[in-house]
Write a protein that binds this ligand. Structure first.
Ligand code: FES
Length: 154
């Protein structure tokens, strides 16, 4: 049975026919919408690489069924920059060296944006580390990531 859903992805409506009702939001974003900035790490809710905002709140898109997101507004890493102008958080990650290999970076940035919008980020590194604890960086660039969230928050 094919299910039809509509998502607003980075401000654009996407009408998607789901042949597999068990498709995750992560797979739909990458394979159907063509936005591969959102990364698949563990595919089981443990690493945060797949973090996106849904209706303004951060989620692990590998754990969300796309079918249950019908009508939702989804923001991915591709939705942050305006033309050639990076979002302040993107610029802050570069400035603070908040990455090494970069694989987790889209998820880190989307999680940081959610944290800031939830009002849970301030200049306290401990609070930021706690709020970002669902986003794993295998290169352990945590000091730069925390600095980037502080810089991007200003
Ligand atoms: Fe979703 Fe790891 S890929 S949490």
């Amino acid at each position: 049975m094919t299910l039809s859903i509509s998502l607003i992805v980075n401000g654009e409506q996407k009408d998607i026919a789901l042949e597999d009702p068990r498709a995750t939001l992560l797979d739909v974003l990458r394979d159907r919408v063509g936005l591969t900035g959102t990364k698949k790490g563990c595919d089981r809710g443990q690493c945060g690489a797949c973090t996106v905002l849904v209706d303004g709140r951060r989620i692990n898109s590998c754990l969300a069924l796309a079918a249950s997101q019908d009508g939702a507004e989804v923001t991915t890493i591709e939705g942050l920059a305006t033309g050639d102008d990076l979002h302040p958080l993107q610029a802050a990650f570069i400035e603070a060296d908040g990455f090494q290999c970069g694989y987790c970076t889209p998820g880190q940035i989307m999680s940081a944006l959610g944290l800031i919008r939830e009002g849970l980020a301030d200049n306290d590194p401990e609070r930021i580390r706690e709020g970002m604890s669902g986003n794993i960086c295998r290169c352990a660039a945590y000091q730069g990531i925390t600095e980037a969230v502080i810089k991007g928050h200003k």
